[in-house]
Design a protein around this ligand. Structure first.
Ligand SMILES: [Zn+2]
Length: 258
């Protein structure tokens, strides 16, 4: 057993020297009662003040690994919009380099997650990055961007890849399906990743069936390539003012079967 509080969390992250340190927060179980979620938000707020003080102290030390490490505060409040908003307002009073929305994508319906982002976003400082933690599918990312989110992180491309679920611009592919057993085409004709440039669906499926670890590597490689391309295309669409068209074309379709 170890004890970890706000100070210990900041010390560990400072020693890691990451670009961004995340505040020490409580991510409550879903569903949570209002009373528990409120007490938890107050605790997370008290912890953020302690994180900020310790983070400032650590960044100022002469031998700190990364003296320019940033601290991001995290919004909580379960699925209660008014609690989320109150917590975001209070969190924004503590000067962080960015702010995250945590405690979503923990089993609540997707529309509830979108509604919470819509509720909280107006209270997130506009000039600082916004990070939606632990999200999500390609559609979730497009919908998050549409609601003003800048950052995401998720196990989805790697975990799904390890289970043979592959993302493509034509929709999802379950490479374990029998119909791919002799399919000579790449995972996606429109993908430039090393797995698609060199290997067929049939071969990658065979590797999965043979429990060959190369299957997982190729599948994850492809999915990470897809997510990188997704982010690049979202940025380009935003720059070119065509994001609404991009969203309409892809948000619903990327999660359908190819
Ligand atoms: Zn590929």
């Amino acid at each position: 057993r170890i004890f970890m509080g706000p100070e210990e969390s900041m010390q560990i992250q400072s020693n890691l020297g990451s670009d961004i340190a995340m505040a020490f927060d409580e991510c409550v179980e879903n569903p949570a009662t209002y009373e528990y979620a409120k007490a938890s938000c107050e605790r997370t707020l008290r912890w953020l003040a302690r994180c900020k003080a310790e983070h400032d102290r650590l960044n100022a030390l002469p031998d700190t690994v990364n003296p320019r490490q940033m601290l991001f505060g995290i919004n909580q409040g379960a699925t209660f919009p008014e609690l989320r908003i109150w917590h975001m307002k209070e969190t924004a009073k503590i000067d962080c380099e960015g702010y995250a929305i945590g405690g979503l994508a923990v089993g609540e319906p997707t529309q509830v997650m979108y509604d919470i982002i819509d509720a909280v976003e107006p209270y997130m400082p506009a000039e600082k990055p916004r990070y939606l933690m632990g999200v999500g599918t390609p559609s979730n990312i497009i919908e998050g961007v549409a609601r003003g989110v800048d950052f995401f992180d998720c196990v989805m491309p790697s975990r799904n890849g390890r289970h043979g679920k592959l993302f493509t611009w034509e929709g999802t592919v379950n490479i374990l399906n029998e119909k791919y057993a002799t399919d000579p085409r790449p995972i996606s004709e429109s993908c430039g990743c090393p797995a698609c440039r060199r290997f067929s669906r049939a071969y990658i499926r065979h590797l999965f069936k043979a429990d060959e670890v190369l299957a997982l590597r190729l599948a994850v490689l492809h999915n990470l390539y897809f997510y990188n391309e997704l982010a690049a295309r979202i940025r380009r669409a935003l720059d070119e003012g065509t994001f609404a068209d991009f969203r309409a074309r892809y948000s619903g379709n990327l999660e359908k079967r190819a």
